[in-house]
Design a binder for this molecule. Structure first.
Ligand code: S3P
Length: 165
């Protein structure tokens, strides 16, 4: 049994994934972290030195490496489900859960943080367009959790309940 958290950057995948893994006594895996550790280079540097296409290749490989993991909560980068056949692969690995986080919370979570696709200065128009573009793919998740009214612990509890864990 694996749980795969998908959703936009800043939707809380890593934060919630860690707490959820702890609650279930599962292993937490973050594909961005897997890439950084295996190659000893930051996601930021991969984007700036080699470009997004190369990052997407590495991301695909990192996801394919997960086919044999078990009892894990896996957080994937916000763009992962948009490229290659990653969404199909992820659905074979486990139950995909969309963290459907409202835009105002996403913006608040991203404040002061760097993301290669956004840089340091958050452009809300660019982000909302990207979210809108991706949303129909995100909604293909097996389970959709609206985090609008929920804090971190409540989100974790709702996910566990929805998955009967
Ligand atoms: C990306 C999201 C990032 C990271 C990379 C690209 C995206 O992960 O994979 O910067 O395309 O949305 P988070 O969703 O954890 O921020």
């Amino acid at each position: 049994m694996n749980i795969i958290l998908i959703g936009f950057m800043g939707s809380g995948k890593t934060t919630i994934g860690k707490v959820l893994a702890q609650k279930l006594d599962f292993t937490f895996i973050d594909t961005d972290e897997v890439i950084e550790k295996q190659l000893n280079i930051s996601i930021k540097d991969i984007f700036s030195c080699f470009g997004e296409t190369h990052f997407r290749e590495l991301e695909k490989q990192a996801i394919m490496q997960l086919v044999n993991v078990n009892d894990s909560v896996i957080a994937v980068g916000g763009g992962a489900v948009m490229y290659h056949n990653n969404l199909d692969t992820l659905k074979k690995i486990g139950t995909t859960v969309l963290l459907d986080t409202p835009f105002h919370k996403i913006i608040a979570n991203l404040k002061g943080k760097f993301r290669p696709l956004v840089g340091n200065a958050i452009n809300e128009n660019v982000l909302s367009e990207l979210l809108e573009y991706r949303y129909s793919t995100y909604k293909k998740a097996d389970v959709i959790i609206s985090t609008e009214e929920l804090d971190i612990q409540q989100t974790v509890d709702v996910i566990a309940k929805r998955l009967s864990l």
